[in-house]
Design a protein around this ligand. Sequence first.
Ligand SMILES: C[S@@+](CC[C@H](N)C(=O)[O-])C[C@H]1O[C@@H](n2cnc3c(N)ncnc32)[C@H](O)[C@@H]1O
Length: 127
Amino acid sequence: MASTAVQQTEMKAETTKAEEPAKVARHQEVGHKSLLQSDALYQYILETSVYPREPEPLKELREVTAKHPWNLMTTSADEGQFLGLLLKLINAKNTMEIGVYTGYSLLSTALALPDDGKILAMNRAII
Ligand SMILES: C[S@@+](CC[C@H](N)C(=O)[O-])C[C@H]1O[C@@H](n2cnc3c(N)ncnc32)[C@H](O)[C@@H]1O
């Protein structure tokens, strides 16, 4: 029996809900909150374009952060590079960051600022 458009939409919503736990788990594994629907495409972009340009200190920080249970909070490598690009485009010299976590965006910022740049960063006490 042919299903109506409403039934098809409901079936699709059910399928999407069923896929959600796997997607969330994968996102936690890679530590990102991408708008991309395809993890495979995101992974391809990371491996072919983002990671090869990532400075060694950021790579080390990313790898350590990935082992932390709250790693979903981190800025991802692609976000960090985009942040660095924006800071360079506006010739930023002074930045303020509220919410540091393990410092991926902070270090990305530091690497993008000129030698006389200044960063003010703060994080609430973690008890
Ligand atoms: C999403 S994480 C920040 C990620 C970080 N920018 C990075 O690149 O990994 C949010 C951080 O904000 C901190 N935070 C939450 N509320 C805050 C507040 N009121 N003032 C300062 N830091 C806060 C948390 O402790 C946490 O470390």
